[in-house]
Design a protein around this ligand. Structure first.
Ligand SMILES: [Zn+2]
Length: 161
């Protein structure tokens, strides 16, 4: 199984390989304190090396969670997809209340709408949950910047106030 997958060196001269891009990103972010960027760089690097952690690669390629679930967020759905979350450019994803709230909290200028067969109040619950949910809630990192805190925390001056 080794050997067959190796690419000729010449191929890599035509355009940057995933690994070269990942290395350059990693070098630029080496001294960064932005955990999300660092995680993305690490993910790129591991993907280029074909060494992604098994847990981040769904067995069926898409996972069996709602479209709003972030690939790096390991949490399961808490029900069927009941809302559509739109970002500022009207790109949207359907999601369960749990992932809908997490996605909405991670967006600038995001909106949420209930799907036609959603239970009463689903969109309102998602909106309220998102308000107190930190962006990229699944990332365990210090929250020192407004962009890393929930809307409610920012209204109250943040956790260090
Ligand atoms: Zn979900």
């Amino acid at each position: 199984m080794c050997g067959a997958a190796a690419r000729p060196v010449g191929d890599q001269l035509h355009e940057p390989s995933d690994l070269e891009v990942a290395i350059s990103v990693a070098q630029q972010l080496h001294d960064s304190d932005q955990i999300l960027s660092l995680r993305e760089a690490l993910r790129l690097l591991l993907r280029a090396l074909d060494a992604e952690p098994a847990s981040s690669v769904p067995a069926n390629g898409t996972g069996d969670r709602c479209p709003a679930a972030h690939p790096d967020d390991p949490s399961p759905c808490n029900g069927p997809a009941v809302v559509t979350v739109l970002d500022a450019t009207n790109a949207g994803a359907d999601g369960c209340e749990h992932h809908g709230a997490r996605l909405l909290a991670s967006l600038e200028g995001g909106r949420v709408y209930g799907l036609p067969d959603a239970p009463d109040g689903a969109a309102v619950r998602v909106f309220q949950t998102a308000d107190t949910t930190r962006p990229f809630a699944w990332v365990d990192a210090p929250r020192t910047k407004p962009s890393q805190r929930s809307h409610a925390e920012n209204r109250h001056g943040g956790e260090h106030a």
